[in-house]
Design a binder for this molecule. Sequence first.
Ligand code: 7PJ
Length: 277
Amino acid sequence: MRQYLQCGRFGFALDKRPLVMGILNTTPDSFSDGGRYESLEFAVSRAEEMIGEGVDIIDVGGESSRPGAPAVPLAQELGRVMPVLYALRDMGKPLSVDTYKPQVMREAIIAGADMINDINGFRAPGALEAVQGSDCALCVMHMQGTPQSMQQDPRYEDVVAEVISFLRERVDAMVAAGIERERICIDPGFGFGKTVEHNYALLRNIGRMQQEIGLPVLAGVSRKSMIGAVTGKPVEQRLAGNIAGALAAIAHGARIVRVHDVVETVDAVNVWQAATI
Ligand code: 7PJ
């Protein structure tokens, strides 16, 4: 598998160690951060904290995609994300933007984003065109349905095969649009139109996914219901479960883990790394 990820101003050798992507929510309704970082000052101080904690990539999100969350108008998403991007631009860490709106992608790239993380897999009309001419990394994620309805009745004949074939089709479309493979990573989209059983089947098959598509996997299990289902804990008591989930994903081959609990995950990944090489 290719081990280099082109990420805007940065480049990562993914065979060296797994990367930790820290989640920076700018949404007042985000279910796990409860609106604490809705102001620019809070977002910037949390970003500085994450950098001190050893984060590799900062993922800035302006729209909550928790199940049932309403869509956010374009102007509102831009109003949340853009000031944060400008404020963090020169902090020396790659900035990712979690969005499925082509207009946000375009503006973010102009502002210097190094990565676009699209829960919708760059399926919106104009999404591929928006990212085509840049050198930012692209995370293409699988989702069944939409955030508004995806958890109502997720169904698959063979969840692993279906997610792989979806991701392969999206990667092919991206490559056909002239996007270099070294910019792309893939994500099964834990919790996005999946039952707990679907999520764990996908987690166990990260290696197969990576092998069949030949691109690095980014895994986001942090604070999700698949952690709650096993531990029986509410979202604010899932720290140990979150870390175990991140390490399990890494054990199955994931190259990037997307997390809320940065310092704990960085420690865990460093110990994992020392014990594995
Ligand atoms: C994911 C994401 C994920 C990627 C969210 C949450 C919901 N992007 N954005 N993968 N989840 N690539 O953080 O719980 O799993 S928003």
